[in-house]
Design a protein around this ligand. Sequence first.
Ligand SMILES: NC(=O)c1ccc[n+]([C@@H]2O[C@H](COP(=O)([O-])OP(=O)(O)OC[C@H]3O[C@@H](n4cnc5c(N)ncnc54)[C@H](O)[C@@H]3O)[C@@H](O)[C@H]2O)c1
Length: 478
Amino acid sequence: MPEIPAVSRRLLLGGALATGALAAGVGSAQAASVTEAATAVDPAPRRRPGQKSMIDVAFEPCRTVRVGVIGLGNRGHGMSEGWSVVPGCTVTAVCDIRAERAKRTADRLVATGRPRPAEYGGSDESYARMLERDDIDLVYIATPWEFHYEQGRAALLAGKHVIVELPIATGLEELWDLVDTSERTRRHLILSENCSYGRNELAMLKMAHEGLFGDVTNGHGGYLHDLRALLFSDTYYTDAWRRLWHTRSTASFYAMHGLAPVAAAMDINRGDRMTVLRATATEPKGLADYRERFVPRSHPSWQETYINGDLVTCLIDTAKGRVIRAEHDVSSPRPYSRINSLAGSRGIFEDYAGTSTTGGRIYVEPDHSGHSWRDFDTYRKEFDHWLWKKIGDDAANNGGHGGMDYVLQWRTVQLMRAGLVPDIDVYDSAAWCAPVPLSVKSLAAGGRPVEVPDFTRGSWVNLRTGLDSRTSEMPPVA
Ligand SMILES: NC(=O)c1ccc[n+]([C@@H]2O[C@H](COP(=O)([O-])OP(=O)(O)OC[C@H]3O[C@@H](n4cnc5c(N)ncnc54)[C@H](O)[C@@H]3O)[C@@H](O)[C@H]2O)c1
């Protein structure tokens, strides 16, 4: 099965990585005809007795959301503070395999006037001890990708809701298992997809739902971020975990930041669904070229061979005949973009393309004619999502990534405290992450189309709200 295996920490640290095992398809992948029969994936596993869908299942309301954090590196340390400033939220426990990082985060929270969280650390099992606590409602996971599945699953089994950084898992069986475990434990598992709460992304969603693009036919998103300097830094990614993924497999590792907002605007799992994926990969050139020019020969990276294509593109068909193009490139010189574009029978929006203050450009009939782009500014103002109208100023003061981290955290806490249905559920999370293993499968088969599983087991046909929620209040803090 050409999936990305979860690797153990021992393997990761030992450097004995399975280089080459999954390299098939690099540079040779050709997009196959859509009409060609897609390679079938295994059928949906049967639900066990008592196991039920988590669609439209509301959180049980709670007065305070008590968060336990696993992984306190760049992301987890910053987000811990983010959780602690949301009204009605408190961080009760923090965990990192490196105990000193748990202390650092606990110290930081105390320095900002918050209660001291319990500290866990010292071993790769420390998180399991933290999960035994009964004062955690939500577990936030910000460890390297290879740990997300086992830690997310363990959190569900410990009776906690869980929000996991991208991706929730890297294998199809693992994705199904998280869906099933969520359904069995009746606990939500949510992808921590902050970009789904971006201001332009949410305005794009509202415009799509209000018909500005007519019939939406296609969308384009991705994660195009020159990470070369960070990937080769000895102090940024712990144990170089992220660079090592490029030695291990050929896949679209992390396209969800651009894919998820397009999928939301197309009502994926809410009236439409992704059906078939085919992937292409360019030659892996960027990392080796960077190393050649900037990294001393004594550096351990010189023992590595990079096999992931620089630009991995997934073309995804939907049941309603739409097409999504999702891209991933972190190893080429280029300015940042998540692309974030949507188009239909009446017009098109493109983010990261304009010179206006919002950075977007638009062209929609009947407002526009003459084949020239217009600034997005007035449209974003008109279609601003209620969350940004309500907490946009707080987000600007508190949050990273232009404030969308804060919006994600505020909204998650609000949903839990008010007892509402999550905007992003386990089915969305699994579908948005499925291109990771599916791109491996497609590339290994020379770019042939592969089926995308229906994690909802047929419920995708039902219309329901998600990120386009109606205005609601944060319950007052007593
Ligand atoms: N959504 C976003 O915008 C965004 C931004 C940055 C990073 N991320 C994601 O956050 C995650 C972490 O990235 P990072 O940049 O913080 O990496 P990092 O290397 O800085 O931090 C990872 C931390 O996890 C710890 N860790 C490893 N194994 C552990 C275990 N078994 N138990 C407990 N702790 C363990 C490490 O010691 C380290 O402190 C990744 O999944 C990354 O993709 C998301």
